[in-house]
Ligand binder design. Structure first.
Ligand code: UDP
Length: 290
């Protein structure tokens, strides 16, 4: 198939593009930087590019997911940008739009594990931008199928380990470098960590089962931040020094996903245990340090 991936040089995008090419698809990347077509998703040139490339499928991964991103920049990249991508897809007459949304659309859920039908009450600008995007996807449903993935906390090799990245990448890097890690709040907050390889399984399964749907992708396993530190200590055999700082201003206490729908609709399930996934992440970091 002829596929375009926006954000194809990002963390998840890199893994996805590699897999899709391995499966024999023709894959083009649109990203701000790196290989492929370098352009902003807000650019009016995006429609010209899609009309030229004529993809049947568009994976839209490009987004501002920086923890410190300003509300305005998130609104611009994630909402105006996504709308621009959707418009371009309509003009290029694509068949299926695959969108990557987030656990952040739910906000704090009273009951766990979270199902797709549960209330969406984002508490961050990022969560609100992703929810708005999902609603825009629905607006375009008469033009193409829209498969929406809500990801739990994705981790794995290649994730940005600076302060802008995810907690697993940051902790793995710092513990391996003998640097102290910072835990915000008590460290008892829990997340549902899902391995990037499993996430790519779900993204590619959407090709063989094209449909309009909203699907949670997680592990259904809660891991506290303190336990994450302990696991990395055990797997690296390196002791960690923890600095505790106050809780972040916008912080969800507990996040845990039910992936029952993805099981039914995509025959998907996570295959990688947290230990296996952390080992792969640590191995990647060790290789990078040599
Ligand atoms: N976290 C932490 N130290 C860090 C980075 C993150 O204690 O250096 C915590 C953060 O407060 C949150 C959890 O780890 O409770 C997951 O953070 P991340 O930014 O990876 O994802 P999100 O908060 O979006 O779920």
């Amino acid at each position: 198939m002829n596929i375009l991936v926006t954000g194809g040089n990002g963390f998840i995008g890199t893994h996805l593009v590699k897999r899709l090419r391995g499966l024999g698809h023709e894959v083009n990347v649109a990203d701000l930087i790196g290989r492929g077509y370098n352009l902003d998703i807000c650019s009016p040139k995006l429609a010209d590019l899609l009309i030229k490339l004529k993809p049947q499928i568009v994976y839209h991964l490009a987004a501002d997911n920086r923890v410190t991103g300003s509300v305005k920049s998130i609104l611009k990249s994630n909402v105006i940008g996504t709308f621009n991508v959707l418009e371009a897809c309509k003009q290029a007459k694509i068949k299926q739009f695959i969108f990557t949304s987030s656990a952040a659309v739910y906000g704090e859920s009273k009951r766990l594990p979270i199902k797709e039908s549960w209330p969406t009450r984002p508490i961050s600008a990022y969560g609100l931008s992703k929810l708005t995007d999902e609603l825009y996807c629905h607006l375009f449903e008469k033009h193409f199928l829209a498969t929406i993935f809500r990801f739990a906390n994705v981790y794995g090799p290649g994730q940005n380990s600076t302060a802008e990245g995810g907690v697993v990448a940051i902790f793995a890097r710092r513990i391996l470098d003998n640097q102290p890690v910072t835990v915000y709040g008590s460290g008892k907050q829990t997340r549902d960590f899902v391995f990037v390889g499993d996430v790519v399984d779900a993204l590619t399964a959407a090709l063989s089962r094209p449909q309009t749907a909203i699907l949670n992708i997680g592990s259904n396993q809660p891991t506290s931040i303190v336990r994450l530190v302990n696991l990395i200590e055990k797997l690296t055999k390196m002791p960690a020094k923890i600095n505790y700082l106050p809780k972040r201003p916008v912080e969800i206490e507990k996040s845990l996903f039910s992936y029952e729908q993805a099981g039914i609709k995509l025959k998907w399930r996570p295959k990688t245990s947290i230990e296996e996934g952390l080992n792969a992440t640590i191995g990647f970091n060790l290789a990078g340090a040599e």
